[in-house]
Design a protein around this ligand. Structure first.
Ligand code: 5GP
Ligand code: MG
Length: 487
């Protein structure tokens, strides 16, 4: 699509958000929280602080550690409240104007917004807003919130926020900071995570934290209070935490891929430790698709907990047969296919003595384009493995995510157009197996999948999209026909 509404370079965003209320070192603590959430986005980072009078902002491309370690940067963000964001975008502008938190001045004061997820009617809303005279500064979905809040006829920030939320469709967790409050919101189905934490009351009332994952609490010394509920708005003020549920009741559809890959293994998500969940997924995978072998080797780092579960269940030794170089970013960071190929080689190397002459079972979390698996299998063979079997701790990724996980368009998903046997051949493995969908639900203690009311969003594996996709219908009928193609 072309036009001036900016959709062309809009991107799906995987992000991390962190907000803090009432802490003497709010900006420094936010930098620490963002550092713990670095896995959720590495492209850009930003912090907005509020000192009781004015908002201050520092945003930059790159990693948290590269941008927020200097004392003078932290000193430029005074105040007891702050809001931060890590951004990762697949396509589109890597430009500062897209870096969050976004900030705007309103007649009621200032408002900063940080958002994780993806709106599925952003294009339609953007077009309507542009027609009304709203001047967009960025190409991010999050700016839609800002304009909807600006034009709302309600008077209080919270009422305006609710008014805006009622118009957006999508998967989002967002934190907004106004002069008077820190607000956390999860979309009605709770697809993306958001948690509430509490700081010990060293001064006054103690403080509050909102963050994408619990791993951001530990680093700042905060205690987990609870998940923000699907469809809930928590409003943090000096009076405490108020809960508002403007959407009525709907059953939760948390993103199952957070358990498989995205969340950090030391996080507890919706009451379930991610590390233990991944080990159970690996054990289930072993029960479903075991094959005789000498050694279980994880594709590091994402395949490690599942491989441990697999090894325990199959009673085959677990070995680090592939070593990861930690000074290379995630493969997905690399923007082009050719660079991505290079990236995999930079990232992994074979630990030859653990592979030579052995029947190897490789365990990884997912196959998206197939680039990683192909390279890894080739590397393991090259190191002298007798057999290479690939086991994947997710079902085949056959559909794109429109809710904030970076899966490419369907045409690039290997599993969308190939059978498991064809994929095995393409990646050069002696055998390939994925965990079953019911097995995945089983491992998460929610199985088998209740097809009438699934407990998770698993659209990337099933094409069962729980949130409507107006922009798709609007803009890309070709993609829509791909979407509605029967499984
Ligand atoms: P492929 O190489 O098949 O395209 O991608 C699979 C690899 O990418 C897996 O090793 C997996 O750990 C990783 N991966 C899967 N999903 C995502 C994602 O959404 N973001 C990033 N950064 N990496 C991913
Ligand atoms: Mg991986």
């Amino acid at each position: 699509m072309t036009g001036n509404d900016g959709h062309d370079d809009k991107m799906h965003e995987e992000c991390g958000v962190f907000g803090i209320w009432n802490h003497a070192d709010a900006a420094a603590v936010t930098a620490l929280g963002l550092h713990a959430l670095q896995h959720r986005g590495q492209e850009a980072t930003g912090i907005v602080s509020f000192d009781g009078q004015r908002f201050h902002s520092h945003k930059a491309l790159g990693l948290v550690g590269d941008n927020f370690s200097e004392a003078k940067v932290i000193a430029s963000l005074p105040g007891m409240r702050a809001l931060g964001h890590n951004r990762y975008a697949t396509t589109g502008d890597t430009v500062l104007r897209n870096v969050q938190p976004l900030y705007a001045d309103f007649e009621f004061g200032g408002l900063a917004v940080a958002h994780n997820g993806n709106l599925t009617n952003a294009t339609a809303l953007r077009r309507a807003l542009v027609r009304r005279g709203c001047l967009f500064q960025s190409t991010t979905d999050s700016e839609v919130f800002i304009h909807l809040i600006a034009i709302s006829l309600y008077s209080t920030v919270v009422d305006r926020l609710i008014d805006a939320l009622k118009q957006v469709i999508g998967a989002y967790s967002l934190i907004a900071m106004s002069d008077g409050a820190l607000m956390g919101v999860r979309d009605p189905l709770g697809v993306r995570p958001l948690i509430l934490g509490r700081l010990p009351p060293t001064e006054g009332n103690g403080g509050w934290v909102l963050a994408s994952e619990t791993c951001a609490l530990d680093i700042v010394g905060a205690e987990f209070v609870r998940d923000v509920e699907p469809g809930e708005i928590v409003v943090i003020t000096d009076q405490g935490v108020q809960s508002i549920k403007p959407f009525g009741k709907s059953a939760s559809r948390f993103c199952v891929f957070e358990y498989i890959y995205f969340a950090r293994p030391d996080s507890v998500v919706e009451g379930m430790p991610v590390y233990a969940a991944r080990k159970r997924i690996g054990a289930q995978l072993a029960r479903e698709s075991h094959v005789a072998a000498d050694v279980i080797v994880p594709v590091p780092d994402s395949g490690v907990p599942a491989a441990m579960g697999y090894a325990t269940e199959s009673a085959i030794p677990f070995e680090l047969g592939i070593i990861r170089n930690h000074y290379v970013g995630r493969t997905f960071i690399e923007p082009t296919d050719s660079i991505r190929h290079l990236g995999v080689k930079l990232k992994h190397s074979a630990n030859k003595p653990m592979l030579e002459g052995k029947r190897v079972i490789l365990v990884d979390d997912s196959i998206v384009r197939g680039t990683t698996s192909r390279k890894i299998v080739e590397m393991v063979r090259h190191a002298g493995a007798a057999e290479v079997h690939m086991r994947i701790s997710s079902p085949p990724t056959t559909y794109s995510c429109f809710y904030g996980i970076d899966t490419p368009e369907r045409g690039k998903l290997l599993a969308a157009s190939h059978t498991v046997e064809e994929m095995a051949e393409l990646i050069g493995a002696d055998s390939l197996a994925f965990i079953s969908l019911d097995g995945l639900y089983e491992a998460l203690n929610k199985g088998p999948r209740n097809d009438a009311r699934p407990q998770y969003c698993d659209a990337c594996f099933t094409g069962d999209y729980p949130i409507s996709l107006p922009d798709m219908i609007d803009n890309d009928t070709r993609q829509l026909s791909l979407l509605t193609e029967s499984r």
